[in-house]
Each structure stands twice: as C-alpha cells, then as structure tokens.
Design a protein around this ligand. Sequence first.
Ligand SMILES: Cc1cc2nc3c(=O)[nH]c(=O)nc-3n(C[C@H](O)[C@H](O)[C@H](O)COP(=O)(O)OP(=O)(O)OC[C@H]3O[C@@H](n4cnc5c(N)ncnc54)[C@H](O)[C@@H]3O)c2cc1C
Length: 510
Amino acid sequence: MTSGLVETPVLIVGGGPAGLTASLLLSRHGVDSLLIDKRIDASPLPRARGVHSRAMEILRVCGVEPDLRKVELPITPGAEWRADLTSPPLREDVLSAGPTTVSPCEGLSVSQDVFEAVLRDHAHGYAHAQLRPGTLLDSFHPVGDGVVATVVEQASGRRVQVRARWMIAADGARSGVRRHLRVAMNGPDDLGQQTMIAFRADLSALTGSRPRGIYFLTATATATATGAALIWTHADDRWVISQPGPIAADEDPAAVVRRILGVADLTVQVLATSHWTAGAQSAAQYAQGPVFLAGDAAHRFPPAGATGVSAAMHDVHNLAWKIAAVVGGHGSQQLLDSYAAEREPVGRRNADETGTAWMRIFNGNAAPFSGRGLAQLDMGYQYTSPVVVGDGSPDTDPPNADYQPTATPGCRAPHLWLADGTSTIDLFDQRFVLLTAEPGHAWRDAAAHATGVPVDSHVITEPNWPSLYGVAPDGAVLVRPDGHVAWRSRTSSTDPVKDIQTALTTSTGS
Ligand SMILES: Cc1cc2nc3c(=O)[nH]c(=O)nc-3n(C[C@H](O)[C@H](O)[C@H](O)COP(=O)(O)OP(=O)(O)OC[C@H]3O[C@@H](n4cnc5c(N)ncnc54)[C@H](O)[C@@H]3O)c2cc1C
C-alpha cells in the first residue's frame, strides 16, 4: 500500500558522486531536491581512488575542497611497473591530469567511500536538499509536466509517491531507470573480467610512506594479460588488487594477494572480493522527457585514466544550472535539451578513449597510445550545442589533442590567478559572468542594462588575460554558470547592448 505524496522540483535517484554533486549544485542554485539511495552503508569495495582537476574545481567553488584535502592520501603520482612488490621498478610513468599551471586545483587521491562521505556532509548542509538513504526507486511514470515515482523506505517497507518536475537518474552502471526507458548503450560491454580483492596489510617496507598512484605487478602476466594492478586506498593499510580473470574457486584470496605481491609470509586480512567486467559504453540518449541520465547511468568507462567519478560530476555540473535557469524563469526547454546535446558526445569520446587505453594496458600489447592526453580528457571537451554561440574558431578537441587553455566558445574558461589570490574559476558559480579588461567599459554598460538573465560583470586587470582568452583588450567573454564560455567578442562592437542581449538570449535558449 502506498501512503503519502511528496512534491519536489527534482528527484535525484542515486547518492553516488553524480547524485550527491547534483544535490549540492542544485542547492547552491536555490533549487529544492530530494535525493534517494537504496544503500544504507558504504560498499566495502573502495572503487574509485581518483578525482581529476576539473571535478576538484567544481568542489572548490562549492567550498568542499578543503575538507577533501584533509582526507587526501599522500601518494606519489604516477604508475610503476614491477615484477612483484619486492622487485625494483621496471618502468615509471607520470600520469598527473592536473598540472597546476592550467588549474587552481590538483587532482585528488582518496577512496570513493571517503569522498562520498565528505560530499554527503556538505550536501546535507543545505536547507534546499533532502537526502534519504535506504530508499529505493521502485517505479515511475510520466505525468503531464513531470514524473510520479513510487519509492520504498526499506527499513519500514513504507511506499511513498513522489511527484517531481524532473528526475535525475544517477543510479549507476546498472541503471534501472535507463532500462525502464529502454535506452540502449553503445560500445563494447565486455573488455575483460577482473577480480578485485580489497585487503589490509602493512606494505610500507616495500612502498615507503608515499606509495605510487598505481603499481602494475607483471610476474603473474600471461600472453594475453598484463598481471595485476595494486592500489593504496586508505591510510590504515587498506589496499586493492585487481587482476584479469577469475581466481580459482579453491584458491584462498589471501594466498592470491601474497602470490601477486611476492611476499610469502605477509599478514593479509581480506576485506572483500568481487568480480567485475570492464566496459566502454555511452547511452544512446542522455535525456527522455523530464528524465536525465547522469554519471555511470549514462556512460560506463574502464578505470584507465580514472575518469568515471570526474565525468559523473561534469554531467550534473552541466545540468544543474540549466534546471535552475528554468526554475528561475530565464531558461527554456531548449536549454534543458542542450544537456544531452552537450554531454552525449563527451560520454562517447571518453568511452572510446578509455576503452582503447584499457585494452592497451590489459591486452599485453603496449602499443603506442595516440589518444588525447589526460588533461585534455578532463578539461578539454568543447560543447557545440545551439546554446553556444560559435565564433568560427577551429575545433579545440581533435583526437591526439593535449590540453591548451582556450576561451573558444563551448570550452572551459581558462584559469588565471587574479591579484587577490583567487582564480577566474572562482568567479563561475551561480550566474552568467561577463569578463572584460579595463577598456571594455561599453560591454560592461551593456551587461548592466541586459534584461531577463542575471549577469555579473568582472574587470580582469591581469595583463595576460586578453591573450589567454583570445580577445583584444576591448573584447569580452561571457561565461556560463558551469564555467564554459557561452560567447566571445574578440574586439569592441558598434552595438554592444544588442550583442550582449543576443548572447544571453541564445545561451539560455529563451
Ligand atoms: C573497480 C572499479 C574501479 C574504479 N576506479 C575508478 C577510479 O579510479 N576513478 C574514477 O573516476 N572512477 C573509477 N571507477 C568508476 C566509478 O566508481 C564510477 O564511475 C562512479 O561511482 C559513478 O558514480 P555515479 O554516481 O554515476 O554512480 P554510482 O557511484 O554507482 O552510484 C549509483 C547509486 O545509485 C544507487 N541506486 C541504484 N539503483 C537505485 C534505485 N533503484 N533506487 C535508489 N538508489 C539506487 C546505488 O545504491 C548507488 O549508490 C571505478 C569503478 C570500479 C567498478
């Protein structure tokens, strides 16, 4: 029996990185939301252990970064190949995605359970957010201008109806919402099975106090697979080993750990064992009516390059301000439609790149990798939807690209340290922002008189701002609340009022 009816503008299904970030961002935009997650406890498997610079920029703007830095693992960035953990390094690779010259934030190494706990605390801190753990989405159907969902409070069995204007399906790789909507996934669903063993052991004598980001241990390699990966996950001596294929049914996981590490007498406490299959897929549709797919529900990447959590957060960063603009009366359905138009190509690109990288790592054939660099994957995607006003500049995200900061419309507005010690990135939060240098006063006057869309105006006095943003000193750049460039004028205009108003109208689809 169903009791009660809850009404909310946005129902968020799933309290992983995508759902929690959606809750946080909607709250910052002043939009109420209800987040449900069927889980009560954290998984014993740590899953992700990496968040890149762009996701950290989002969390910096939300004020979450300092709390995450307190729980960060002091790893030595990069990868190291050894035969086993007792052997000297065969090879080393530096894999940092976030050089500090292009971002105010370095990437973060922390296990996903710890990361989510910090995010959850911050999401809880907003009156706009309701978070209900232990609550399962049972079913939903469209009604008029939204959805009606039936959710089940698992402890009591109570069934509640939720009426929402929009629903964000952040319910993970096995998304029930996606299945219900019959949205197909494109791309390979089986790039090889892995066994993951989470364990506790003191390895400090072999790794030092600042272990490598990842160790590839090759002694167990075969002709078709490159041995095991070892990752430090928690400061209290917790680690994870992932190795291709299943382990023998009669083999003790602790013995597998000792064999792979090459330490026969190691004291090992196995915490969990699981099997998972790497896939490189992206959904054929990212939205259907009032339902948006985000995070792993929309795409599934192998952990080569560790982009899963970051991309989940980028998805909802793109979406939250658009929902807020519609709630605030200055965004249209076309703006909401741009979520799928902008994020689907990025999901497809990331699936292709990480799938190729994964096969290179785990197929025993380390052919030269000719894909985009990690920083390009993380920060270099360019949106080309109807709500971005292109200026005829060439494509900034071709295959093989390495990240070069650019304010080409559709791109992430570049980071620049400002005189007060803040970054340009800190300016992009809840409203559109017009950036000009001192001579751009006509643009500023025009923005002050613009109607319909709230816009802030900032004068950037740093002398290298015009060249970094690709404008003359009397040019202007309009940046969206998600930090992507909406429009740019390289120089002054004869009619700045009309130009700014047109740019704002186009960028909000109104
Ligand atoms: C072994 C492994 C290693 C990985 N390593 C990395 C890495 O190093 N870096 C990285 O970035 N990514 C990594 N990933 C990927 C990363 O874990 C995911 O990309 C990330 O969790 C996606 O976040 P999400 O919020 O979209 O989904 P999830 O984190 O899966 O969250 C989905 C949530 O939805 C809830 N849910 C599902 N169905 C319902 C329902 N019907 N009702 C209510 N709630 C529901 C679930 O309980 C869950 O909490 C790894 C993944 C695996 C499996």
